[in-house]
Design a protein around this ligand. Structure first.
Ligand code: SAH
Length: 492
């Protein structure tokens, strides 16, 4: 009979893998143990905290034999903060772990053959700067009763208590200098600090952004009400010295996890800062979405563009287009790009971004990708005028998708299969849903040609992947519509 384990049991395990959220996984007689603060290769003594039938969460008591890949984290707060799940793992091994995760998901969930996946995989696009790559930070502000001073940092996992972090090693050095000026100002000017528990109004968050190419810095202070900001001229003069290009205030009176208010007011400098991805220019406001690692984004999108293999004559869909970054990259090499995004403000930005980059062959639609393309398909499928826009939209040469973690919708996959583009480029931030969707596309008449992972978020467990699919011959396309099986639905 299999051995059963219970709470408080002490075991010795060797960590073999990482979970999606960065916990080390070890096995005892086939029973899986999830252990925080361990890395692959560690042999450790652990104590079971919560035991389930097939797995348990365990506490690390002692690393008996450290993994040869274990390094001492550069940030002293790495363990408490939880944002950098892989900091104790050498960067080389982080890359290997991410590449393997993508491949394993394609094999396990996608049903692809290991040799086949190995043969079409390109090396992961490594991050030239595995630290200080983020252009954005959002610090919660709290009042520390012990030191009687304001602190800024990160929430301790799933709580509202703030762990003070003076210098987050993922962001630029200037951010820590600016934060210490702001904290000093809050203290000296007695600016009230917000607390939901104590029902106190005041400052709640500070948003910082840096345009890596332009060097411009943006500061946005988030308050719970208008009255809390006092003596703003003093703050302006302090931040001017740090070359802050834009200082604004956003009011968010709601006791929710949403950080920003609905709008913002500039109190010094410009409303937006400017940055570039490749040679595309973007104006970024405190409320706009912008990729947090523009250097790796450029590499990822260059790969997507390479896979799209455009000659200048193609009609291309960019589904889940956000602020149109990929669309604009594609537009330079395509005849026409159609972008779709669910958030109206992102489409406003996409249109503005097209304009400031003098791109006239990109058209954007607000709505759910699946609904927009299904509607256009239904309206235009009888259109046989190959010079018309309607025909090109229903017979695109390439479809690019970059969905959120839950992957593409069933109707989106069905409609893509009906439209039969020559190539599909699938950009993904979750290789489990990617694998599910690739399986469906391959069953629907496509062939997986290339895979390339990209490390956008070094030190964390997240990995981006870009894949290329080719249409097989027409005869293979017999398909009735996509329905996820019960198992596939698990990933939605
Ligand atoms: N390609 C973009 C953003 C990709 S992130 C970029 O490179 O910046 C995924 C995007 O999909 C988000 O902007 C999200 O708002 C959007 N989204 C989520 N569900 C959607 C749906 N059903 N239809 C269209 N867009 C959707």
């Amino acid at each position: 009979m299999e051995k059963t384990y219970k709470k408080d049991d002490i075991l010795t395990v060797t960590i073999e893998d990482f979970s999606e959220d960065g916990l080390g996984i070890g096995k005892a007689d086939g029973y899986a143990l999830f252990v925080k603060d361990t890395v692959v290769g560690d042999t450790c003594r652990v104590k079971i905290m919560k035991a389930k039938k097939n797995y348990a969460f365990a506490h690390l008591e002692e690393v008996i034999k450290p993994s040869s890949f274990r390094i001492s984290p550069s940030c002293e707060k790495a363990k408490a903060c939880g944002g950098c799940q892989l900091q104790a793992l050498s960067y080389e091994k982080q890359l290997e772990f991410k590449e393997t995760r993508v491949k394993n998901n394609l094999i396990r969930i996608g049903g692809f053959d290991k040799e086949f996946i190995d043969s079409i995989s390109e090396p992961i696009l490594a991050n030239d700067n595995p630290f200080r790559y983020r252009n954005k930070a959002q610090y919660p502000i709290a009042w520390d009763k012990k030191t009687n001073a304001p602190i800024a940092g990160f929430y301790a996992g799933h709580t509202h208590s703030v762990i003070p972090v003076k210098d987050c090693l993922l962001g630029p050095e200037e951010f820590s200098e600016i934060m210490s000026i702001i904290l000093g100002f809050i203290k000296s000017e007695k600016i009230p600090v917000y607390s939901a528990e104590e029902k106190r109004k005041g400052i709640r968050h500070v948003l910082l952004r840096k345009g890596f190419t332009t060097g411009e810095i943006m500061v946005c202070l988030v308050f719970s009400d208008e009255s809390a900001l006092k003596d703003k001229d003093k703050l302006i003069s302090l931040l001017k010295e740090k070359k802050v290009a834009s200082l604004s205030v956003s009011i968010n009176p709601h006791d929710t996890n949403v950080i920003m208010g609905d709008n913002y007011k500039t109190i010094y400098g410009k409303d937006t800062i400017t940055d570039y991805i490749g040679d595309l220019k973007f104006n970024i406001s405190p409320l706009s979405f912008f990729q947090v690692n523009p250097t790796q984004t450029k590499k990822l999108y260059a790969k997507a563009l390479e896979y799209a293999s455009l000659s200048g004559e193609e009609a291309v869909w960019d589904l889940y287009c956000g602020i149109g970054t990929i669309s604009l990259f594609l537009a330079k090499d395509a005849k026409k790009v159609y972008g779709v995004e669910i958030i109206p403000e992102a489409i406003d930005d996409a249109r503005e971004n097209a304009q400031i980059n003098d791109i006239e062959n990109a058209e954007f639609f607000v709505g759910k990708a699946e609904e927009v393309i299904d509607r256009i398909w239904s309206e235009q499928k009888e259109n046989h005028d190959s010079n018309s826009d309607g025909y090109k939209m229903t017979h695109p040469d390439v479809i690019v998708v970059d969905p959120p973690r839950k992957g593409c919708d069933e109707l989106c996959l069905s409609t893509m299969l009906k439209m039969q583009p020559d190539r599909i480029v699938y950009v993904s931030c979750d290789s489990a849903t990617l694998a599910r969707d690739l399986k469906i596309l391959c069953e629907g008449g496509y062939e997986l040609k290339k895979i390339c992972a990209c490390d956008m978020f070094s030190q964390s467990v997240h990995v981006e992947t870009v894949t290329l699919l080719f249409k097989l011959s027409e005869a293979k396309h017999h398909f009735e519509g996509v329905r996820f099986t019960k198992k596939e639905k698990r990933y939605v």
